[in-house]
Design a protein around this ligand. Structure first.
Ligand code: UDP
Ligand code: MG
Length: 139
């Protein structure tokens, strides 16, 4: 995967609340091209693997429960400086700390249920994109 790509998930809370359209509008307006996208639901094993870096953290069981409780929208996005620019668009992990106008400021309920995922590095963007999509499903 090229390094001008990032990976995102619109998390179960965002899908439950009907925010898919509004969040995709923000993503499009910010200049990201959609490379791959699907509605899917993570299994417990999927979420444990996806968030393995956090497995020793106290919030890990709640995170796995949250991320598996309903469908998500998984997507690969392309733009110059995609990883950093997408992290700016979504805002801080805790919506209380997120800048005005960011996706988490607008749509996240709490540090746990924070509406959207964004990769934190080019390396992880490639790993996370490949976790959810086969090459033939990337455009
Ligand atoms: N999370 C949580 N409590 C915390 C920190 C994180 O429940 O104190 C959850 C939250 O859903 C977050 C995810 O775990 O998005 C991954 O945490 P990370 O620190 O990687 O934040 P992100 O990269 O999503 O901003
Ligand atoms: Mg992270």
């Amino acid at each position: 995967m090229a390094t001008n790509r990032t990976f995102t998930m619109l998390k179960p809370d965002a899908v439950e609340k009907g925010h898919i359209g509004a969040i995709l509008e923000k993503i499009n307006t910010a200049g990201f091209r959609i490379v791959a996208m699907k509605l899917t639901q993570m299994t417990t094993a999927d979420a444990q693997a996806f968030y393995a870096i956090h497995k020793e953290r106290p919030f890990f069981p709640d995170l796995v429960e949250y991320m598996t409780r309903g469908p998500i929208v998984a997507a690969i996005l392309e733009k110059d400086n995609a990883v950093e620019d997408f992290r700016t668009l979504i805002g801080a992990t805790n919506p209380a700390d997120a800048a005005e106008g960011t996706i988490r400021k607008l749509y996240a309920a709490s540090i746990g249920e924070n509406a959207v995922h964004g990769s934190d590095s080019d390396e992880n963007a490639a790993i996370e994109g490949a976790f959810h999509f086969a090459g033939r499903d990337m455009f």
